[in-house]
Design a protein around this ligand. Structure first.
Ligand SMILES: *Cc1c(COP(=O)(O)O)cnc(C)c1O
Length: 877
């Protein structure tokens, strides 16, 4: 029988324990252990069955049992205590409340995915987990942020394997009523909705769900509503599902619908409108168009702005973060498709050709028929960043075409290195040990240096506990995976003995795009086998990862790997676990001694799984890419050397795989089993390694343990999401708020005058030239300390001296006349030569020996520009 109508009945909790509802719906439980423990204590069996999800849990506990709990004074007291703790957490002033008035009153953070908890599977990988960690750390710091995203009915897919190891995808549907979400409603109780017009007279409606992530509201748009035709209903069906129109409509809903949802939310809650908009990756970029539309719409803005003015005002308060150095990771749509959708009236009053120009690849080797979302993101944001120092360098190179004439180092894309939310990712047993030793307050802002006060024996014992927990979890998951692959219980006894809690355990888990090289370890299968089966220093590997459903190359890599792990000769030492997700990750990171990462440098923008491993005391073994390139220090793990550029990809894999085997065999494994060296000739056979005892004395790998302590003490603070969010606030959000306010003041006076000025500068620029440069004071034998006067004769093409900055750049001159190690000095306007010609001059001091050189260049100059390169205009001598 099929139901003709369905609805979900929410549990009504007895009054004395009614606070459980708020404790279950606020996702703070996902990083607050005491709240999870409270739920677990109410009924451990149902807690386990409900996969540690409080909403499911409350729906599964019977009415009678709830009455009993409500009658139990001890339970009531614990619930009350937790409730007070949550209220306190939500209202207490935090770091942000100590900042001055220039900090933004509210920030909107747009992302296509958010990975917050297993109970809300709205992520595919690192980008989503990062967005989730951003919200959580913002909550802990008291940052007034609102998240905006989509609610995907099936989230990302669940992965399983066929008998022959081919990835299978399933898309179980989620019921929003059983998720920790609240539907946003108008005062009259009807669901609040956003509406976007679609071509052919169709429309797209979406309702708005709110998740509470501690103090942070997260608004998720859902197109699965009455009033939409079937095609429109499926727009938010799944994450990165289809391509083409489906993908574009998701992004239109996220960006344009997201701003509309924010406006509705602000209206309904009487909250403060966001002052700063953060576009987390290009997918959300249409938010900038919607904000321009608002500024040009007389119904919204009393004195509507022109396109140029609205663009200027919008950019001032927008931050764009790029997350990928892989061109295939950037969304590009046919320009005709954008025209088709906007032609339906998505942004009435906004000139369509201007919209198209924002995403145009109008530079060397750009495709004239393509609309590029990253390019639009950069043009719509006055401030932009990559996600690790190296990724900043790579992004400046990758997008340099948008700033022709500039050095790559001057391209205005900075970097903020990603971080991970420590309370989410640190193992509860590690926090428990810290709390027991140093008091619970240590968890509020972990004092990582305290790890040096913990004895080696305790550190090692904890590592063993965490490793053992992983081994247990792996055995359970492996058996379940094999049953899915069609094996019978009778064939699976061997899975009970897979892995050894005393053997050096190495983890590798991440999405499986080709550049991450899942199968690099299989480059020489015999060599890997020898490492796994080494008698004295064996290693074991736990591997996981999903391939994008449309990526057969990734699936083939998984198949190749799984076939290797299926070999009875090695299957007790190497496992592939299907369906990598947050739940698996939480046991995996703490349980591994070493976290392996071997991407093709420099294609890993940052990578965060190694950070999560590090805060649990695992050591990283990684190619010098992403975050590792800036934070590896020689004592916190190992760097896998990279082959020289220019080597063929086959050779490169050979060289780097060889280096990996070498490191494992000669450095990593001996150090892990290092107790033998410390205590002389105690032979440790396979399977009996780790914290062994000889004559009652515990043997400890002291060097390894010192690396663990060093990792926790030094990397802990550097990789935390609190550090990351503080960086965003100080370096991007606050400056964007200041620019945004300046642009808006006095009815957008500055935006208007800046727009006029920019137009004037752009028009005059082609006429602007550096005619001639003189230098005075250059001796026949120049010496360090000599002063040289640089004089530049410049034709300003109608601009005034105040409109430009004339600079000399000087430094070491290389053989090809390229300058390196340059210093910039501004030249002063010293004479009006008439007819638009001006003399600029200034002194430079020769500050180095060897070959010295200088040049002169002219750039636009205006106090409201965030960087000299902002307009992409430069005139070089
Ligand atoms: C951290 C994490 C990722 C991202 O890992 P990378 O190292 O950045 O590739 C992906 N999936 C899950 C479940 C994670 O926890």
């Amino acid at each position: 029988m099929k139901a003709i109508r369905r609805f979900t009945v929410r549990t009504v909790l007895p009054e004395p324990i009614s606070a459980l509802a708020a404790l279950a719906t606020n996702l703070r439980w996902s990083w607050h252990l005491p709240t999870r423990e409270l739920f677990a204590s109410l009924n451990p069996r149902i807690w386990k069955e409900s996969k540690h999800d409080p909403v499911t849990f409350l729906g599964s506990v019977g009415r009678e049992e709830l009455q009993q709990l409500a009658a139990n004074p001890a339970v009531v007291a614990r619930v009350q205590h937790a409730d007070e703790d949550l209220r306190h957490y939500l209202s207490k002033p935090r770091w942000y409340q100590g900042l001055g008035d220039s900090a933004p009153k509210c920030i909107a953070y747009f992302s296509p995915e958010f990975g917050i908890a297993e109970a809300l599977p709205q992520y595919s990988g690192g980008l989503g987990i990062l967005a989730g960690d951003h919200l959580k750390a913002a909550s802990d710091l008291g940052v007034p942020l609102i998240g905006v995203g989509l609610l995907y009915q099936a989230g990302y897919f669940k992965q399983s394997l066929s008998r022959d190891a081919w990835q299978q995808e399933t898309y179980p549907l989620l019921d929003p009523d059983n998720l920790p979400l609240t539907l946003l409603r108008e005062a009259d109780g009807t669901p609040a909705q956003v509406r976007l017009p679609l071509p052919e007279g169709r429309q797209l409606l979406a309702s708005i769900w709110r998740a509470d992530v501690g103090r942070i509201p997260l608004l998720l748009l859902d197109s699965n509503v009455h009033g939409n035709d079937d095609a429109a209903r499926t727009i938010t069906d799944r994450l990165y599902g289809g391509g083409g129109d489906h993908r574009l409509q998701q992004e239109l809903l996220l960006g344009m619908g997201g701003v509309k949802a924010l406006r509705i939310y602000t209206r309904l809650t009487g909250g403060i409108a966001p002052e700063v908009f953060h576009t987390n990756e290009g997918h959300a970029g249409f938010l900038g168009i919607e904000r321009i539309r608002e500024l040009m719409d007389p119904a919204v803005t009393a004195e509507p702005l022109s396109w140029d003015e609205a663009l200027t005002a919008g950019r001032a308060s927008t931050v764009f973060t790029t997350h990928t150095p892989v061109p295939a990771g950037i969304d590009r749509f046919p320009a005709s498709q954008i025209r088709h959708f906007f032609g339906a009236g998505l942004a009435p009053g906004v000139p369509l050709d201007k919209v198209l120009a924002l995403g145009a690849e109008d530079y060397d080797d750009g495709d004239p028929f393509v609309f590029n979302m990253a390019v639009m993101g950069l043009r719509l944001a006055q401030r932009a960043n990559g996600v690790a120092k190296l990724h900043g360098v790579v992004s400046r190179g990758m997008f340099a075409k948008l700033w022709p004439g500039f050095e790559h180092s001057e391209v205005p894309i900075t970097s903020v290195t990603n971080g991970v939310h420590v309370p989410t990712w640190v193992d509860p047993q590690l926090s428990a040990l810290a709390a027991e030793r140093f008091g619970p307050q240590v968890l509020d802002g972990p004092d990582w240096g305290k790890v040096y006060d913990v004895s080696d024996a305790d550190v090692w014992a904890l590592r063993r506990t965490l490793r053992s927990a992983l081994v247990k979890d792996v055995r359970r998951r492996l058996r379940a995976a094999w049953k899915k692959r069609g094996a019978a219980d009778a064939e699976l006894a061997w899975t009970d003995n897979v892995l050894d809690p005393n053997v050096l355990t190495i983890g590798f888990a991440r999405r499986v795009p080709t550049y991450k090289r899942l199968t690099l370890m299989l480059r020489d299968p015999a060599r890997l086998k020898a490492l796994l089966l080494n008698e004295q220093h064996p290693i074991q590997l736990v591997i996981a990862g999903k391939s994008h459903p449309a990526d057969d190359a990734g699936k083939a890599m998984i198949q190749e790997l799984v076939r290797f792990t299926d070999d009875p000769a090695v299957r007790h030492r190497i496992v592939f676990l299907p369906n990598y997700d947050i739940a698996m990750a939480r046991t995996l990171f703490p349980g591994c001694d070493v976290w392996l990462n071997n991407p093709l440098r420099p294609l890993e923008a940052c990578g965060t799984s190694g950070m999560k491993a590090a805060i649990n005391g695992s050591l990283n073994l990684s190619v010098m890419d992403g975050w590792w390139d800036e934070l590896y220090d020689g004592e916190n793990g190992w760097a896998i050397p990279t082959a020289n550029i220019g080597t063929s990809s086959e050779e490169r894999d050979d060289i780097e795989a060889g280096a990996l085997y070498e490191l494992l065999e000669n450095q990593v494994a001996p150090r892990f089993y290092g107790s033998t060296a410390v205590h002389g000739s105690v032979a440790i056979g396979a399977g009996a390694a780790g914290p062994s005892r000889a004559g009652g004395e515990e043997l400890l790998p002291t060097h390894w343990i010192s690396m663990i302590k060093h990792t926790l003490a030094k990397l802990g603070p550097a990789v935390s999401a609190e550090r990351m969010v503080q960086d965003y606030v100080n370096r991007l959000y606050e400056p964007a708020a200041i620019s945004g306010r300046a642009a808006r003041a006095d009815d957008y006076a500055q935006a208007k005058s800046l727009a006029v000025w920019v137009a004037r500068v752009r028009e005059a620029w082609p006429q602007l030239t550096v005619e001639h440069v003189d230098s005075l004071g250059v001796k026949t034998e120049p010496q360090i300390g000599d002063t040289i006067t640089v004089q530049a004769y410049v034709t300003l093409g109608g601009l005034q001296p105040a409109d430009v900055s004339v600079e000399t750049a000087y430094g070491k001159a290389l053989d090809n006349d390229q300058l390196s190690d340059t210093t910039i000095a501004v030249l002063d306007w010293s004479e009006d030569l008439g007819q638009g010609r001006y003399l600029f001059s200034g002194d430079i001091v020769v500050d180095r020996s060897g070959s010295f050189g200088y040049t002169v260049r002219v750039l636009p100059n205006h106090g409201a520009l965030a960087s000299k390169a902002e307009l992409g205009l430069i005139a070089n001598a």
